[in-house]
Design a protein around this ligand. Structure first.
Ligand code: NAP
Length: 346
Protein backbone atom coordinates (compact mmCIF):
# COMPACT_ATOMS: atom_id res chain seq x y z
CA UNK A 1 0.00 0.00 0.00
CA UNK A 2 1.47 3.42 -0.86
CA UNK A 3 1.94 6.07 1.81
CA UNK A 4 -0.72 8.15 0.10
CA UNK A 5 -3.47 5.53 0.23
CA UNK A 6 -2.84 4.26 3.75
CA UNK A 7 -4.37 6.26 6.58
CA UNK A 8 -2.41 6.26 9.84
CA UNK A 9 -4.22 6.42 13.15
CA UNK A 10 -1.69 8.84 14.55
CA UNK A 11 1.41 10.59 13.30
CA UNK A 12 3.79 12.19 15.77
CA UNK A 13 6.07 15.01 14.65
CA UNK A 14 9.10 15.50 16.89
CA UNK A 15 11.43 13.23 18.83
CA UNK A 16 12.30 14.91 22.10
CA UNK A 17 10.92 13.65 25.40
CA UNK A 18 7.39 14.74 24.43
CA UNK A 19 7.44 13.01 21.02
CA UNK A 20 8.92 9.72 22.25
CA UNK A 21 6.65 9.58 25.30
CA UNK A 22 3.64 10.16 23.05
CA UNK A 23 4.99 7.34 20.85
CA UNK A 24 5.36 4.94 23.83
CA UNK A 25 1.80 5.59 25.00
CA UNK A 26 0.30 5.54 21.50
CA UNK A 27 2.13 2.32 20.62
CA UNK A 28 0.98 0.63 23.82
CA UNK A 29 -2.58 1.72 22.97
CA UNK A 30 -2.22 -0.22 19.68
CA UNK A 31 -2.27 2.91 17.55
CA UNK A 32 0.89 1.86 15.68
CA UNK A 33 2.22 5.45 15.60
CA UNK A 34 4.43 6.82 12.88
CA UNK A 35 7.09 9.33 13.94
CA UNK A 36 8.82 12.07 11.97
CA UNK A 37 11.89 12.42 14.15
CA UNK A 38 13.47 15.30 12.19
CA UNK A 39 16.65 15.47 10.21
CA UNK A 40 19.76 17.01 11.75
CA UNK A 41 20.59 20.35 10.24
CA UNK A 42 24.04 21.71 9.60
CA UNK A 43 23.56 24.08 12.49
CA UNK A 44 23.43 21.92 15.64
CA UNK A 45 21.51 24.57 17.55
CA UNK A 46 18.43 23.96 15.43
CA UNK A 47 15.88 21.18 15.94
CA UNK A 48 17.36 17.73 15.56
CA UNK A 49 16.35 14.16 16.34
CA UNK A 50 16.15 13.91 20.12
CA UNK A 51 15.58 17.64 20.47
CA UNK A 52 17.40 19.94 22.85
CA UNK A 53 18.60 17.09 25.06
CA UNK A 54 21.01 16.19 22.27
CA UNK A 55 22.87 19.38 23.23
CA UNK A 56 22.97 18.50 26.92
CA UNK A 57 25.72 16.56 28.59
CA UNK A 58 24.59 15.10 31.91
CA UNK A 59 20.92 15.02 32.86
CA UNK A 60 20.77 14.74 36.64
CA UNK A 61 17.23 15.89 37.38
CA UNK A 62 15.19 13.26 35.52
CA UNK A 63 13.69 10.89 38.10
CA UNK A 64 14.82 7.29 37.79
CA UNK A 65 18.43 8.03 36.87
CA UNK A 66 20.15 8.54 40.23
CA UNK A 67 23.59 8.40 38.63
CA UNK A 68 22.57 10.81 35.87
CA UNK A 69 22.52 10.03 32.14
CA UNK A 70 23.66 11.94 29.09
CA UNK A 71 20.96 13.68 27.07
CA UNK A 72 21.62 11.64 23.88
CA UNK A 73 21.65 8.31 25.76
CA UNK A 74 18.42 9.24 27.47
CA UNK A 75 16.69 10.10 24.20
CA UNK A 76 17.96 6.88 22.67
CA UNK A 77 16.36 4.93 25.52
CA UNK A 78 13.06 6.77 25.05
CA UNK A 79 13.22 5.89 21.37
CA UNK A 80 13.99 2.22 21.97
CA UNK A 81 11.07 2.01 24.37
CA UNK A 82 8.75 3.44 21.71
CA UNK A 83 10.08 1.05 19.04
CA UNK A 84 9.76 -1.93 21.39
CA UNK A 85 5.99 -1.41 21.45
CA UNK A 86 5.57 -0.93 17.71
CA UNK A 87 6.42 2.70 16.93
CA UNK A 88 7.54 3.19 13.34
CA UNK A 89 9.96 5.96 12.39
CA UNK A 90 10.25 7.41 8.90
CA UNK A 91 13.85 6.97 7.75
CA UNK A 92 15.86 6.86 4.53
CA UNK A 93 15.37 3.09 4.60
CA UNK A 94 11.61 3.05 5.10
CA UNK A 95 10.14 2.39 8.51
CA UNK A 96 13.14 0.52 9.83
CA UNK A 97 14.93 2.53 12.45
CA UNK A 98 18.42 1.53 13.45
CA UNK A 99 18.30 1.53 17.21
CA UNK A 100 21.11 -0.98 17.58
CA UNK A 101 23.54 1.52 19.05
CA UNK A 102 21.68 2.70 22.11
CA UNK A 103 24.26 4.99 23.64
CA UNK A 104 25.28 6.66 20.45
CA UNK A 105 22.02 8.44 19.86
CA UNK A 106 20.48 8.21 16.43
CA UNK A 107 21.16 6.80 13.03
CA UNK A 108 20.72 10.29 11.58
CA UNK A 109 18.75 9.07 8.61
CA UNK A 110 15.43 10.20 10.01
CA UNK A 111 13.06 12.36 8.05
CA UNK A 112 11.61 15.80 8.57
CA UNK A 113 8.00 16.72 8.25
CA UNK A 114 8.08 19.73 5.96
CA UNK A 115 4.46 20.86 6.11
CA UNK A 116 0.97 19.74 7.00
CA UNK A 117 -2.49 20.31 5.55
CA UNK A 118 -5.02 20.33 8.36
CA UNK A 119 -7.87 21.56 6.17
CA UNK A 120 -8.42 18.04 4.84
CA UNK A 121 -9.49 14.94 6.75
CA UNK A 122 -7.66 12.67 7.14
CA UNK A 123 -4.90 15.26 7.64
CA UNK A 124 -2.05 15.32 5.15
CA UNK A 125 1.51 15.33 6.48
CA UNK A 126 4.19 16.02 3.90
CA UNK A 127 7.51 14.27 4.38
CA UNK A 128 10.72 14.87 2.51
CA UNK A 129 10.39 15.10 -1.31
CA UNK A 130 6.78 16.08 -0.59
CA UNK A 131 5.78 12.47 0.05
CA UNK A 132 2.23 12.48 1.41
CA UNK A 133 1.19 10.66 4.55
CA UNK A 134 -2.42 10.66 5.76
CA UNK A 135 -3.48 10.46 9.36
CA UNK A 136 -6.62 10.74 11.45
CA UNK A 137 -4.83 12.24 14.47
CA UNK A 138 -1.67 14.30 14.68
CA UNK A 139 0.56 15.01 17.67
CA UNK A 140 2.90 17.97 17.34
CA UNK A 141 5.93 17.76 19.63
CA UNK A 142 8.51 19.73 17.68
CA UNK A 143 9.92 21.57 20.69
CA UNK A 144 11.63 24.90 20.75
CA UNK A 145 15.16 26.01 20.30
CA UNK A 146 16.94 28.19 22.79
CA UNK A 147 18.10 31.41 21.22
CA UNK A 148 21.87 31.79 21.04
CA UNK A 149 24.03 34.79 20.39
CA UNK A 150 25.52 33.09 17.35
CA UNK A 151 29.16 33.48 18.38
CA UNK A 152 31.53 30.79 17.09
CA UNK A 153 33.14 30.00 20.47
CA UNK A 154 29.75 30.01 22.18
CA UNK A 155 28.52 27.19 19.91
CA UNK A 156 31.78 25.25 20.15
CA UNK A 157 31.87 25.29 23.96
CA UNK A 158 28.13 24.55 24.24
CA UNK A 159 28.49 21.45 22.06
CA UNK A 160 31.56 20.16 23.89
CA UNK A 161 30.29 20.68 27.46
CA UNK A 162 32.79 23.49 27.89
CA UNK A 163 30.75 25.52 30.36
CA UNK A 164 28.29 27.25 28.00
CA UNK A 165 24.63 26.31 28.28
CA UNK A 166 21.18 27.62 27.49
CA UNK A 167 19.52 25.91 30.46
CA UNK A 168 20.60 26.71 34.02
CA UNK A 169 18.02 24.36 35.53
CA UNK A 170 19.38 21.49 33.39
CA UNK A 171 23.09 22.13 33.83
CA UNK A 172 23.62 24.64 36.66
CA UNK A 173 24.02 22.08 39.43
CA UNK A 174 26.85 20.23 37.66
CA UNK A 175 30.09 20.10 39.69
CA UNK A 176 31.90 22.15 37.06
CA UNK A 177 29.85 25.24 37.96
CA UNK A 178 30.09 24.99 41.77
CA UNK A 179 31.63 27.96 43.57
CA UNK A 180 32.51 29.65 40.31
CA UNK A 181 31.67 33.08 39.02
CA UNK A 182 28.98 32.58 36.39
CA UNK A 183 27.02 34.84 34.08
CA UNK A 184 23.59 34.81 32.49
CA UNK A 185 22.93 36.81 29.33
CA UNK A 186 19.50 38.46 29.05
CA UNK A 187 17.17 40.68 31.02
CA UNK A 188 13.82 38.86 30.85
CA UNK A 189 12.05 36.61 33.37
CA UNK A 190 13.98 33.54 32.19
CA UNK A 191 17.33 35.24 32.67
CA UNK A 192 16.40 36.39 36.20
CA UNK A 193 15.02 32.97 37.07
CA UNK A 194 18.12 31.21 35.75
CA UNK A 195 20.47 33.65 37.50
CA UNK A 196 18.60 33.25 40.82
CA UNK A 197 18.79 29.48 40.48
CA UNK A 198 22.52 29.63 39.80
CA UNK A 199 23.20 31.64 42.97
CA UNK A 200 22.58 28.38 44.88
CA UNK A 201 25.78 26.92 43.46
CA UNK A 202 27.90 29.81 42.24
CA UNK A 203 30.09 32.15 44.26
CA UNK A 204 28.65 35.03 42.21
CA UNK A 205 26.31 35.44 39.25
CA UNK A 206 26.45 38.32 36.79
CA UNK A 207 23.52 39.20 34.61
CA UNK A 208 24.71 40.69 31.35
CA UNK A 209 21.99 42.85 29.85
CA UNK A 210 22.15 44.96 26.71
CA UNK A 211 19.98 47.79 28.09
CA UNK A 212 19.73 49.81 31.31
CA UNK A 213 16.37 48.34 32.33
CA UNK A 214 15.28 44.75 32.79
CA UNK A 215 12.48 43.34 30.67
CA UNK A 216 11.55 40.98 33.52
CA UNK A 217 8.40 41.54 35.55
CA UNK A 218 8.82 43.99 38.45
CA UNK A 219 8.81 41.36 41.17
CA UNK A 220 11.42 39.25 39.35
CA UNK A 221 13.56 42.30 38.62
CA UNK A 222 13.47 43.32 42.28
CA UNK A 223 14.50 39.80 43.25
CA UNK A 224 17.57 40.13 41.03
CA UNK A 225 18.52 43.51 42.45
CA UNK A 226 18.06 42.32 46.06
CA UNK A 227 20.11 39.14 45.71
CA UNK A 228 23.54 39.79 47.29
CA UNK A 229 25.16 37.15 45.07
CA UNK A 230 23.93 38.81 41.88
CA UNK A 231 25.33 41.77 39.99
CA UNK A 232 23.75 43.23 36.89
CA UNK A 233 26.10 44.50 34.21
CA UNK A 234 24.00 47.08 32.36
CA UNK A 235 24.39 48.08 28.71
CA UNK A 236 26.73 45.21 27.91
CA UNK A 237 26.79 42.69 25.11
CA UNK A 238 28.97 39.61 24.81
CA UNK A 239 31.14 39.85 21.73
CA UNK A 240 33.30 36.76 22.30
CA UNK A 241 33.52 33.71 24.55
CA UNK A 242 37.03 32.92 25.74
CA UNK A 243 38.61 29.53 26.54
CA UNK A 244 39.88 26.44 24.74
CA UNK A 245 38.29 23.31 26.28
CA UNK A 246 36.54 25.18 29.08
CA UNK A 247 35.23 28.73 29.19
CA UNK A 248 37.57 31.17 30.95
CA UNK A 249 35.58 34.35 30.42
CA UNK A 250 33.80 36.61 27.98
CA UNK A 251 34.66 39.73 26.09
CA UNK A 252 32.09 42.48 26.64
CA UNK A 253 31.25 45.64 24.78
CA UNK A 254 29.45 48.59 26.37
CA UNK A 255 26.46 49.47 24.19
CA UNK A 256 26.65 53.15 25.21
CA UNK A 257 30.38 53.91 25.18
CA UNK A 258 31.65 51.15 22.89
CA UNK A 259 34.32 50.27 25.51
CA UNK A 260 35.48 46.66 25.50
CA UNK A 261 36.40 44.66 28.62
CA UNK A 262 37.07 41.08 29.72
CA UNK A 263 35.07 39.31 32.42
CA UNK A 264 36.62 36.10 33.83
CA UNK A 265 33.95 33.38 34.23
CA UNK A 266 33.57 29.70 35.06
CA UNK A 267 30.32 29.35 33.12
CA UNK A 268 28.01 31.21 30.77
CA UNK A 269 24.25 30.71 30.46
CA UNK A 270 22.04 32.12 27.74
CA UNK A 271 18.65 33.41 28.85
CA UNK A 272 17.67 35.31 25.74
CA UNK A 273 14.45 33.50 24.95
CA UNK A 274 13.33 30.49 22.93
CA UNK A 275 11.78 30.04 19.51
CA UNK A 276 9.15 27.31 19.16
CA UNK A 277 9.57 25.12 16.08
CA UNK A 278 6.13 25.81 14.72
CA UNK A 279 6.75 27.89 11.60
CA UNK A 280 5.49 24.97 9.48
CA UNK A 281 2.09 25.24 11.22
CA UNK A 282 1.42 28.89 10.51
CA UNK A 283 -2.09 29.45 9.20
CA UNK A 284 -3.04 25.84 10.02
CA UNK A 285 -3.81 26.07 13.72
CA UNK A 286 -3.85 28.73 16.42
CA UNK A 287 -0.47 29.90 17.66
CA UNK A 288 0.20 32.71 20.12
CA UNK A 289 2.07 35.88 19.16
CA UNK A 290 5.41 34.15 19.79
CA UNK A 291 4.50 31.05 17.80
CA UNK A 292 3.66 28.69 20.70
CA UNK A 293 0.75 26.33 19.99
CA UNK A 294 -2.39 27.38 21.85
CA UNK A 295 -4.20 24.62 23.72
CA UNK A 296 -7.98 24.72 24.10
CA UNK A 297 -7.67 23.75 27.78
CA UNK A 298 -4.30 24.12 29.52
CA UNK A 299 -4.77 20.79 31.32
CA UNK A 300 -5.35 18.86 28.09
CA UNK A 301 -3.52 18.54 24.78
CA UNK A 302 -6.28 19.52 22.32
CA UNK A 303 -5.39 22.35 19.93
CA UNK A 304 -7.68 24.62 17.93
CA UNK A 305 -8.04 21.88 15.29
CA UNK A 306 -9.94 18.80 16.41
CA UNK A 307 -7.71 15.73 16.15
CA UNK A 308 -4.46 17.71 16.47
CA UNK A 309 -2.68 17.59 19.82
CA UNK A 310 0.27 19.59 21.12
CA UNK A 311 2.94 18.56 23.62
CA UNK A 312 6.27 19.73 24.99
CA UNK A 313 8.21 22.92 24.45
CA UNK A 314 6.31 23.93 21.29
CA UNK A 315 3.39 24.49 23.70
CA UNK A 316 5.13 25.28 26.98
CA UNK A 317 7.09 28.48 27.43
CA UNK A 318 7.30 28.26 31.21
CA UNK A 319 8.70 24.93 32.43
CA UNK A 320 10.65 23.54 29.43
CA UNK A 321 11.95 20.50 31.27
CA UNK A 322 12.41 16.96 29.93
CA UNK A 323 10.08 15.66 32.63
CA UNK A 324 7.31 18.18 31.90
CA UNK A 325 7.63 17.59 28.15
CA UNK A 326 7.40 13.83 28.71
CA UNK A 327 4.26 14.35 30.83
CA UNK A 328 2.71 16.43 28.08
CA UNK A 329 3.57 13.75 25.50
CA UNK A 330 1.73 11.21 27.65
CA UNK A 331 -1.31 13.49 27.86
CA UNK A 332 -1.30 14.08 24.10
CA UNK A 333 -1.27 10.35 23.35
CA UNK A 334 -4.08 9.64 25.82
CA UNK A 335 -6.16 12.53 24.46
CA UNK A 336 -5.50 11.33 20.89
CA UNK A 337 -6.52 7.78 21.81
CA UNK A 338 -9.76 8.98 23.44
CA UNK A 339 -10.54 11.20 20.48
CA UNK A 340 -9.92 8.40 17.97
CA UNK A 341 -12.13 6.06 20.01
CA UNK A 342 -14.94 8.62 20.21
CA UNK A 343 -14.81 9.00 16.43
CA UNK A 344 -14.67 5.23 15.88
CA UNK A 345 -11.21 5.54 14.30
CA UNK A 346 -9.02 3.77 16.90
P1 NAP B 1 11.98 37.42 26.80
O1 NAP B 1 10.98 37.98 27.73
O2 NAP B 1 11.78 37.57 25.34
O3 NAP B 1 13.39 38.08 27.21
C1 NAP B 1 14.53 37.86 26.44
C2 NAP B 1 15.65 38.73 27.01
O4 NAP B 1 16.85 38.45 26.28
C3 NAP B 1 15.37 40.23 26.89
O5 NAP B 1 15.85 40.90 28.03
C4 NAP B 1 16.19 40.63 25.66
O6 NAP B 1 16.71 41.94 25.72
C5 NAP B 1 17.35 39.67 25.72
N1 NAP B 1 17.88 39.37 24.41
C6 NAP B 1 17.21 38.86 23.33
N2 NAP B 1 18.04 38.68 22.30
C7 NAP B 1 19.27 39.09 22.72
C8 NAP B 1 20.54 39.18 22.12
N3 NAP B 1 20.73 38.76 20.85
N4 NAP B 1 21.58 39.66 22.84
C9 NAP B 1 21.40 40.06 24.11
N5 NAP B 1 20.22 40.01 24.76
C10 NAP B 1 19.16 39.53 24.06
O7 NAP B 1 12.21 35.83 27.02
P2 NAP B 1 12.08 34.98 28.37
O8 NAP B 1 12.72 35.67 29.48
O9 NAP B 1 12.54 33.61 27.98
O10 NAP B 1 10.52 34.93 28.66
C11 NAP B 1 9.61 34.43 27.67
C12 NAP B 1 8.19 34.48 28.25
O11 NAP B 1 8.06 33.53 29.31
C13 NAP B 1 7.87 35.84 28.84
O12 NAP B 1 6.52 36.12 28.60
C14 NAP B 1 8.12 35.65 30.32
O13 NAP B 1 7.40 36.56 31.14
C15 NAP B 1 7.70 34.20 30.52
N6 NAP B 1 8.42 33.59 31.66
C16 NAP B 1 7.86 33.71 32.90
C17 NAP B 1 8.51 33.20 34.01
C18 NAP B 1 7.90 33.33 35.34
O14 NAP B 1 6.92 34.02 35.48
N7 NAP B 1 8.42 32.66 36.35
C19 NAP B 1 9.76 32.58 33.86
C20 NAP B 1 10.31 32.49 32.59
C21 NAP B 1 9.64 33.02 31.50
P3 NAP B 1 15.73 43.22 25.61
O15 NAP B 1 15.05 43.32 26.95
O16 NAP B 1 16.68 44.33 25.34
O17 NAP B 1 14.81 42.93 24.48
Amino acid sequence: MSEASKVEKVIIVGSGPAGWTAAIYAARADLNPLVFAGRPKRDPETIMPGGQLMLTTDVENYPGFPEGITGPAMMSRFEQQGVRFGTRIVTDDGFNPDVSNPDDGHSYSYHDCRRVDLSQRPFVVYGEDDTEYRTHALIIATGATANWLGLENEGRLARSGGGVSACAVCDGALPTFRNKELAVVGGGDSAVEEASYLTKFASKVYMIHRRDELRASKIMAQRAMDNPKMEILWNKIVIDVLGDDMISGVKLKDTKTGDESTLPLGGLFLGIGHTPATAFLEGQLELDEKGYIKLKDPYRAHTSVEGVFGAGDCVDKVYRQAITAAGMGCKAAIDAEHWLSEKGLA
